[in-house]
Ligand binder design. Structure first.
Ligand code: GKR
Ligand code: MG
Length: 435
């Protein structure tokens, strides 16, 4: 390939966008969510883009690794991976060891994931460049589309009506703390996006109240697949109590109890009762943990992957092959994100034949965008797989400048749901499992 397409420059722009006061096991979302926008420019003037985490350690790692890409061909993904791995310090502990210290809701923020996250951040932007060079959508570079649209689920959260800091006008969703308010939230989200399955972020309110929320959803949406995810904030005993309350209602049970051992204990007890499969984005978060799950006889039956921390789109395809080998289901986890991240997920999911469940997305909770043309449009809960070159989205430079300005002024540099919750409740310990 001609050297004129060699990588000349990498730009990383941190951004912040409005995020509602969503409750979870760790506490509550801060008013601003952070992301980074990655631009890889070739000598010929092409620009490949991507979106990833925006916490300070990630920005530092991206800045450290970026110079190593200069001079590489956009096709040289393996060389990029080697250079990143050589530059970014390998973790001293595994993700599980980190998780053991403090249950975290966002494996993507662990330092144990830094190499995989940086590789993913650059890989997607390089695939975008490859697509522009080949005049092919990214999904074609991944082997072609197994489906032409990708289904997502309605991702419900318990929430307050407004942020305690009140940095901007309250969001339009209002409070959701009761089953009736939760059903109203679901109705609104489904009317707007057409989702055909529902996930409830739990682990925030007492488990009986959350079980009542799911039962109210089951009544309001008969036949709709339902999931609950308390992010390991329940003991094994509580997990079993809740799943019994929800017998016959759940499609899958996501991360009820802490650790692979906790999940295995829940699975063993449920097996005797022929209950729902367990899913995770907390205890199978890399290939080493995948192996541990296999060694334990696969208590976790569904892996919720996330290309942002699994090492990219190609690594997630490898994970998909492993899931098929071990007869495990596969779907996708999400964090607060914008359109570039969502469209990368869409290309990936289109390329994975055995995607077995509708994917998570926080997208309805965001009201800003960084891509030209504004917010992506769902049709009946699904996103069409782009057919134009590369990712099929381009940066809206004005929006990027505005969101970067948000970042400069918001004062947040690392996600801190626990610290934010302490503003509402100074005695909040964040102890997990809490229930
Ligand atoms: O956004 O509060 C949140 C979620 O709890 C997120 O942090 C989790 O990583 O959505 C995620 C999950 O499924 O665990
Ligand atoms: Mg989860």
């Amino acid at each position: 390939m001609s050297t004129s397409h060699a990588i000349r420059h990498i730009r990383i722009t941190p951004i912040a966008f409005r995020d509602p006061p969503l409750l979870n096991a760790a506490g509550i979302h801060e008013p601003w969510a952070l992301r980074s926008i990655i631009e890889i420019e070739t000598a010929s003037g092409l620009v490949g883009i991507n979106e990833s985490y925006g916490d300070q350690p990630m920005l530092d790692a991206l800045a450290k690794a970026a110079p190593a890409l200069v001079g590489l061909s956009p096709w040289a993904l393996n060389a990029m991976e080697q250079r990143v791995a050589a530059l970014v310090a390998p973790p001293a502990q595994t993700a599980s060891e980190f998780l053991g210290q403090q249950v975290s809701l966002a494996p993507g923020t662990h330092v144990s994931k830094t190499v995989a996250k940086v590789i993913s951040a650059f890989e997607v932007a390089m695939l975008d460049l490859q697509g522009q060079l080949a005049q092919a959508p990214v999904v074609d570079l991944l082997g072609g589309a197994a489906r032409d649209s990708v289904p997502f689920s309605a991702y419900l959260f318990y929430k307050y009506a407004e942020h305690i800091d009140q940095p901007y006008a309250p969001d339009a969703w209002g409070e959701a703390l009761t089953p009736a308010q939760l059903v109203a939230q679901a109705r609104r989200m489904i009317a707007q996006y057409g989702f055909q399955s529902i996930k409830l972020k739990g682990g925030a309110l007492p488990p009986d109240q959350e079980a009542a929320g799911i039962l109210a959803l089951a009544q309001a949406f008969p036949g709709m697949p339902l999931r609950i995810d308390p992010n390991a904030n329940w003991t094994v005993q509580t997990s079993l109590k809740v799943v019994r309350q929800l017998r016959g209602v759940l499609e899958y049970y996501e991360d009820p109890a802490p650790g692979l051992e906790g999940m295995a204990a829940v699975a063993r007890a449920m097996e005797r009762e022929g209950d729902v499969p367990l899913a995770t984005n907390m205890v199978v978060t890399d290939f080493a943990e995948f192996r541990r799950n296999v060694d334990l006889g696969c208590p976790v039956k569904i892996v919720l992957s996330d290309h942002h921390y699994w090492g990219g789109l190609r690594a997630t395809q490898r994970l998909a092959t492993l899931c098929k080998t071990f007869d495990l289901g596969l779907s996708m986890h999400s964090n607060s994100h914008l359109g570039i991240s969502l469209v990368a997920m869409t290309h990936l999911c289109a390329s994975v034949p055995q995607l077995t469940y509708a994917c998570d997305t926080h997208y309805p909770w965001q009201d800003e965008e960084v891509v030209e043309g504004g917010r992506l449009q769902f049709e009946q809960g699904s996103l069409r797989v782009p057919t134009t070159a590369g990712l099929g989205v381009t940066l809206d430079r004005e929006a990027l400048a505005r969101l970067h300005d948000n970042y400069l002024h918001c004062g947040i540099r690392n996600r801190d749901d626990l610290g934010q919750m302490r503003k509402y409740d100074p005695g909040f310990t964040g102890r997990q499992p809490r229930f």
